[in-house]
Design a protein around this ligand. Structure first.
Ligand code: HXC
Length: 516
């Protein structure tokens, strides 16, 4: 037989590597409704932009006859490419090779591209589909995980890190995605948990399926672990691309700004019709957001979790911003533990990556009750306060209606560093609501009255007339301007443009100690 030329050998190896665990396992992957590691990269990256690194890496395990089972690339495809022309580093686990399990060499490949991403200042995207630690290895595999965790932590706040979960992610493996900035999951084909249904059954005697325990819906609605639950893998990849469009390559870059011609008339009459007549009636804050930002640009994050606060990215006048907004249509927009933690995490991401913040306020206060107190609303509410205080990006606040009690301070008030504070004429800024105030400060007078109900109402009206408006705060300069709602978009475009060169240094320290 004729000897292969060097080029033939190379081509044969490339073909072998591209086949991963072989056609039979690829067919099995497709049958379970999943794409392969390479098909996912094809969808994610610009055409012909992918350059692979480490295609011929082989594992070094010599136990259990493993030397006889070699697959080029060792279960993960790594490299770099572009998304809409912007550089990204990627790894995509190949479930057809040992179930995408993580060996020492598999981990080394991931670490290599993470190190390159850090040196060159570009995002890292991980497409996870793995049975966890390679069982035939031992501590080498666990060490490999820890090497990744360490790099995830060092990269945090330096380059954006995005994790798409497209298959199983179990045990300690969940902690790499958990250390990254955003997690996206695919409904019905992905799950994440520390221990699976069989361990749960033996320890707590609960009967639960993979999907119920750690599927996309569970983590999008109950735990908040995932930021996005996507219908299928294609939708998940679309979400990854859209998410990237709002964020810079690294912490040294400004957030994206697209060419936008400011129109003479940026007024939005529809914003004048949103506020209900009755201050206790709900309205959907998303209508306010959509009325303010560039058309169809609002990209909501953590949509189905802690719905009393809305967070997400948008463009305004072509400029990327992060929006944090109380949602009066859900639990009256009250701040509770989950809402505080959700918003705090988002604020910290935006601040780390120079995305300016728009904060829309309609909040009756913090949620009372033993459940919240005993679960730590004090510490958890402080997270949001801390995140806003520490954020040095341009910060603009608009109070649409209620801003009561501590929640007024927390929601990016002037006092904690907001650059511009606007209020609509419907704003109510006070320590407590009119009824609670009257019952406390006029208690004796009300008790002594013949018609207690009439007296109470008189005092409530009196308190509301005095405080349930934005003008006391405006008189102090805590509100910079009370604006016509229809004029909001114009004011915000001008405000963010005015703030684009903001610089602000925080006191020197090793690192802060936020209330975790
Ligand atoms: C080696 C593995 C593997 C693993 C799967 N495979 N998991 N090989 N190490 N961890 C292999 C299988 O042998 C099989 O090989 C192929 O991958 C596909 O697996 P199946 O079981 O056929 O697939 P499926 O039915 O879809 O089930 C997927 C699965 C299951 C639920 C992930 O494979 C599973 O339970 N695997 C073990 C999970 C686990 O215990 N991992 C360790 C967790 S602890 P063939 O040759 O047939 O294709 C952990 C600690 C991390 O990860 C700690 C970090 C700090």
């Amino acid at each position: 037989m004729q000897k292969q030329t060097p080029l033939q050998t190379l081509n044969q190896k490339i073909a072998e590597a591209k086949l991963g665990g072989g056609q039979a396992r690829i067919d099995k992957q497709h049958k379970t409704g999943k794409l392969t590691a390479r098909e996912r990269l094809d969808l994610l990256l610009d055409k012909n932009s992918f350059e692979e690194i480490g295609m011929f890496v082989e594992h070094r395990c010599r136990d259990f006859d493993m030397e006889k089972q070699q697959f080029l690339g060792d279960g993960v495809v790594t490299g770099y490419g572009t998304i809409n022309g912007r550089l990204v580093y990627v790894y995509s686990q190949d479930f057809t090779v040992f179930g995408g399990s993580l060996s020492e060499t598999h981990a080394e490949k991931i670490c290599k591209i993470m190190d390159m991403a850090m040196k060159n200042g570009a995002p890292v995207i991980g497409l996870n589909d793995s049975g966890g630690a390679r069982i035939q290895e031992g501590v080498q595999s666990l060490g490999g995980y820890a090497d990744i965790f360490y790099r995830n932590t060092l990269a945090s706040g330096v380059v954006p890190q995005l994790s798409a979960i497209m298959g199983p992610t179990a045990g300690g493996a969940v902690y790499s995605p958990a250390l990254t900035d955003f997690i996206l999951m695919v409904e019905n084909t992905s799950y994440m948990y520390v221990t699976g249904p069989s361990v749960v059954k033996s320890v707590t005697h609960e009967d639960v399926t993979h999907e119920e325990l750690g599927g996309a819906t569970a983590h999008a609605t109950k735990s908040g672990v995932t930021h996005f639950a996507c219908e299928n893998e294609v939708a998940c990849i679309q979400h990854l691309k859209q998410l990237l469009s709002y964020i810079p390559q690294n912490c040294e870059e400004d957030a994206p700004v697209y060419a936008y011609e400011t129109k003479d008339d940026e007024s939005r009459p529809e914003l004048g019709n949103i506020m209900p007549q009755n201050a206790n009636q709900p309205y959907d804050m998303r209508r306010v957001i959509e009325g303010i930002v560039d058309e169809k640009s609002f990209f909501e994050v953590h949509k189905d979790y802690a719905e009393n606060i809305v967070v997400g990215f948008a463009f305004i006048g072509g400029r990327s911003i992060g929006v944090v907004a109380n949602q009066p249509a859900y639990l009256a927009g009250v701040l509770d533990i989950n809402a505080s933690v959700k918003a705090a995490r988002f604020v910290r991401f935006c601040d780390a990556f120079n995305v300016p913040l728009l904060v829309l306020v309609d909040v009756p206060g913090f949620l009372p009750g033993t459940d919240q107190e005993w679960k730590g609303i004090i510490t958890n509410g402080a997270k949001l306060l801390y995140a806003f205080c520490e954020a040095t990006v341009p910060k603009i606040t608009l109070i649409t209606r209620k801003a009561y009690g501590g929640a007024y301070d927390v929601m990016n008030s002037k006092h904690i560093g907001a650059d511009l504070n606007f209020a609509w004429p419907s704003a109510e800024i006070a320590v407590v609501g009119g009824k609670a105030a009257a019952e406390i400060i006029f208690k004796h007078e009300i008790d002594a009255a013949d018609d207690k109900a009439a007296k109470l109402q008189e005092k409530v009206d009196n308190y509301n007339d005095t405080f349930a408006n934005p003008y006391k705060a405006a008189a102090r300069g805590f509100i910079d301007e009370v604006i016509n709602p229809t004029d909001t978009r114009r004011k915000l475009i001008k405000g963010f443009t005015m703030l684009e060169n903001k610089t602000m240094a925080m006191p020197r320290k090793k690192h802060s100690n936020m209330p975790l």
